[in-house]
Design a protein around this ligand. Structure first.
Ligand SMILES: Cc1cc2nc3c(=O)[nH]c(=O)nc-3n(C[C@H](O)[C@H](O)[C@H](O)COP(=O)(O)OP(=O)(O)OC[C@H]3O[C@@H](n4cnc5c(N)ncnc54)[C@H](O)[C@@H]3O)c2cc1C
Length: 486
């Protein structure tokens, strides 16, 4: 008996059923569709990822499944990788088409894509990949990038008519080697943003219709930004919302609610999202190497003790420690504090950015490879182009957490320290410290913040003049920087 023709829609970091071109195309094809998500054990073991990510994915899948069930349809969730799943499906059906979005991901997912490409070729399956957000493949420069990006953002979203969807079902446990979905992924945790479309829409509407008014004012404040920033990053990173949906919702809200200036600042950030992912798409070396090869000769060494203190939030620089501890417990800190953490690691502690990139990725609920690696290198100063920023964590603390409320929340051992010393508790008179049960010598940071910054500045400025840094800078400029007139 001949096997029944079907198509497959492969969900990756696009966990939604709206503005989803691959799904729309599969429905239009008119064949039964198998909707799949793969918890790939290889990816789960990858050090960039943590249980927090997979919980978010699980919550997103639950949301999608509920929506599909309302239409009598089904999503199949595998705990196996595509190299097992695709042959399994092919064995049961005559799979003619595979639909998915293009993914700008880590090398590990790129390798899976290469495998899928080869398998589809050998088995005569047509793999139809749709562009994702405003990312453009195979670009050698950015000349028309902004124009194309805007054109994409203004195009109508792809409405998906689920009433025409006819899914086919299969028991995933029939796949040899299929593993149960770990319980840890299925247990909600109120300290983290919950995944899924429903929650994503709540965050988006509450921001665009109200929270946005304080967006610019508090954007750099570690405490206030938790409410005044959109907090849409995990929903964009895992695709519960498309960037275009947010962009268009912003335009509608701006027209009805107002808040023109903060809304414009927010719109710029949405473009940054794709601007940074585009860099990674065009040069995936960002994951492994200094993007400006001229920095390969600048030795930043490895100091295990410094690294451990940074990772654990035990540098004894109050704001640095508060940020790291908050991030670990909640999966989020704002942009300025992320930049400061990287600056402190790479400049004050003089450690190679590669030592810290995975640690932060694991803890950011919104980990997005394309933004993460390009931002990390920019803050570490290995592009040779951007203004060198060595954030002074004490100045940041005084400006953005003046009363030390954020510090006291996350570094409880400093809770009793008076406001005037909270940014530099080691300056407390010894007797005052003793009364609080503290010893000044135990409060000293692991490095002298001022001296360490001075040393880093000297080395970095001297190195910026290196001929290879300059020639590489020109190369990067041509490839990744948007010309001013566009
Ligand atoms: C070292 C470092 C690593 C980072 N890693 C990530 C990451 O893995 N994933 C991630 O989504 N963002 C990353 N960012 C960018 C930024 O910090 C976060 O996007 C932002 O803090 C998320 O909060 P929000 O959603 O409230 O942002 P909002 O300020 O409300 O901005 C709205 C959206 O715009 C995008 N955006 C905002 N700021 C930036 C930016 N500076 N660069 C690129 N896109 C931006 C995000 O998608 C964000 O959700 C990183 C920044 C640094 C310095």
């Amino acid at each position: 008996m001949s096997k029944k023709e079907t198509s497959v829609v492969w969900f990756k970091r696009d966990l939604r059923l709206t503005d989803h071109l691959p799904l729309k195309k599969a429905i239009a094809l008119g064949k039964p569709v198998i909707l799949i998500y793969c918890f790939d054990p290889k990816l789960i073991e990858d050090p960039h990822y943590d249980r927090r990510h997979w919980r978010f994915v699980w919550e997103s899948l639950e949301d999608m499944s509920q929506e599909l069930q309302r239409h009598g349809q089904q999503l199949i969730v595998f705990h196996a990788g595509m190299p097992d799943v695709l042959p399994f499906l092919k064995n049961a059906w005559n799979v003619t088409h595979l639909f998915s979005h293009e993914e700008t991901g880590l090398k590990i997912t790129y390798d899976t894509d290469l495998w899928v490409k080869q398998y589809c070729k050998e088995e005569g399956i047509l793999w139809d990949e749709s562009p994702y957000n405003g990312i453009q493949r195979r670009l050698s420069h950015r000349k028309n990038w902004v124009k194309n990006w805007h054109a994409f953002m203004y195009e109508p979203v792809h409405d998906v008519d689920l009433s025409h969807l006819k899914t086919t079902s299969i028991d995933p446990s029939r796949l040899t080697g299929h593993l149960p979905i770990p319980e840890a992924f299925q247990m909600s945790n109120a300290h983290f943003q919950r995944g899924g479309r429903e929650m994503a829409l709540k965050y988006m509407h509450s921001f665009l219709n109200g929270r946005v008014k304080d967006y610019s004012r508090f954007i750099s404040k570690p405490l206030e930004s938790r409410r005044s920033c959109s907090r849409l990053s995990p929903y964009l990173a895992w695709g519960n919302l498309s960037l275009r949906e947010v962009y268009q919702a912003r335009l509608r809200a701006k027209a009805s609610v107002g808040y023109k200036q903060p809304s414009a600042t927010f719109a710029a950030r949405l473009q940054w999202h794709d601007h940074f992912v585009q860099k990674f798409e065009s040069e995936e070396r960002y994951e492994f190497e200094n993007i400006n090869k001229g920095y390969n000769t600048l030795d930043r060494g490895l100091n295990e003790m410094y690294l451990e203190a940074w990772e654990k939030g035990e540098t004894r620089v109050p704001l640095v420690d508060a940020c790291m501890r908050c991030l670990k417990s909640t999966g989020y800190i704002n942009f300025r504090m992320r930049a400061m953490l990287v600056s402190f690691l790479t400049h004050h502690l003089w450690q190679d950015w590669k030592q810290g990139a995975i640690h932060l990725a694991t803890h950011f609920l919104d980990f997005e490879p394309g933004i993460h690696y390009t931002q990390f290198q920019m803050q570490a100063g290995t592009t040779g182009l951007n203004t060198l920023r060595i954030y002074n964590p004490i100045k940041q603390s005084k400006e953005h957490d003046p009363k030390g409320l954020f510090i006291k929340q996350w570094v409880p051992e400093l809770a009793a320290v008076p406001e005037q010393y909270i940014h530099e508790p080691w300056l407390m008179p010894p007797l005052e410290a003793q009364i609080l049960g503290l010893q000044v010598k135990d409060l000293l940071p692991i490095v002298d913040v001022t001296k360490a910054a001075e040393q880093a500045r000297k080395k970095l400025w001297a190195h910026k003049k290196h001929p290879e840094v300059r020639s590489e800078g020109q190369r990067i400029l041509k490839k990744h920087v948007i010309p001013r007139s566009f």
